[in-house]
Design a protein around this ligand. Sequence first.
Ligand code: ADP
Ligand code: MG
Ligand code: MG
Length: 502
Amino acid sequence: MVASIDPGEKGIQELTRLATTYALAHGLLYLPVNGVQPPAPTSAIHAPLALFPTSFPRSKFLLAQKLQPLYNVLYARVATDERFLDKIMGSVDGVGKVDRFTGQLWGCWKQLRDEGIQQGWHLGLFRSDYLLHNPDCGKEVSLKQVEFNTISSSFGTLSYHAAALHRYLAKSTSYFGAFPGFNLGDLPQNNAPAGLARGLAEAHAAYGSVNAQILFVVQPNERNVFDQRYLEYELLERHSLHVIRQTFNELAESVEVDPSSRVMRIKHPVTNQAIEISVVYFRAGYTPTDYPTQTQFTTRLLLERSRAIKCPTIQLQLAGGKKVQQVLTKPGVLESFLLDRTRWDGPDFTEADVALLRDSWMGMWGLDEDGDGGVEKARSLAEKLVLKPQREGGGNNVYKSSIPRFLDTLPLAEREAWIAMELIETPKGIDNHLVRAGSGSQGAVKAETISELGIFGWALFGPGAKEIKHEEAGWLVRTKGTDSDEGGIATGFSVLDSLLLV
Ligand code: ADP
Ligand code: MG
Ligand code: MG
């Protein structure tokens, strides 16, 4: 949104009323903070939202879409390169030595390899996240990647609803004439739920058993259920596919993997019928808190042992590690994944593709690099950096002035688990009105904002990523106040938004 939009106090009030009622009517929702309401939810709150779409350069949006197929194939290849992942993420040579969670995941994968992997296909539902980079508030604006998510990439549904919300507000009110230069045709289409459901349906087809169902592995007390449920509705309506939702704890009781055929079956909670599972879609399992005891890891391992297609496999989850993102920036690494035709069959890439990907990256290095050099560099450049561990889901990073103190206490052995990344310098002076529900709601709050664009994609691929089907699959915009370093809707920092292409 450009700074000059001002529909006045009454205009904001009316837009807020229209926005929250639209959200409540169309499933732009969260369960309230008091969590799941037994025996079944009886109420919901609207998801945090922005009243206006955020202006975004059309060329950068198109670039982000153009990058997605490159990233789809790149991460498929990374996930099938065992030697690379062992070296970077493993417990013998890599991050798994010092980061317990990474080590546990890698240990599971190692065990599976020793036993013999039963299913060659991998499914990834990805989201590549970007910010606009406008160094020193100069003329130059570029698109820079924040991170690449390979597990539990969420908000496909809610961002689809957010785009529809802004379209509705524009159609019904014309934003009271207070949005200069606004044109309905400049709101891009967003088909994220259809795209993500197509990825799941393709994996189901690759599994090849028509009566099988798809398993969503979910967190207990998940508040973001409406984002997930809509994918179920898409699967049922468009693909006639059924979904079973279970937590790791429920699965510990309900799942069986046949020791010889490795077919996974779940006892249906109502009918007691044993239902074959074609695809396991993890919306849980990406953070250590999803595994409070060894039992949840044992259950994960059991699912992994089956011949159901996993979204993602453990190796694809590991490929999404921040450490991998950093190592890809080292000289020659990206080239080895995209240009070395002795290593890869399938789509050919050019130097220009490599340059395009590289251009989307900020500088990164490992804190363990170069003796004390990696840490000393981070100390001296702290104000322009963020430090990241191997975690997902927000709230784990260390920013700017907190860095030196953090480095003082970081044990030498743990340096390997952290990467340093240059901060993306986002454009300034962009206002919006942010609306949050719940007890802390103050109606719409005007704020100077930063917006993070996420592009969804899916990839279904076999060993060596030789056979690969993939697509770009819609987008997400999360907007936060400039006073917050972190993003994240689930963590309460960001709101759902959409784009006005300029
Ligand atoms: P997570 O996997 O926990 O989401 P991210 O790498 O996305 O981790 O970091 C969380 C948030 O921190 C991002 O959404 C973004 O707001 C902020 N952030 C991360 N990296 C950068 C960066 N290089 N420059 C500016 N902000 C960043
Ligand atoms: Mg992430
Ligand atoms: Mg993120």
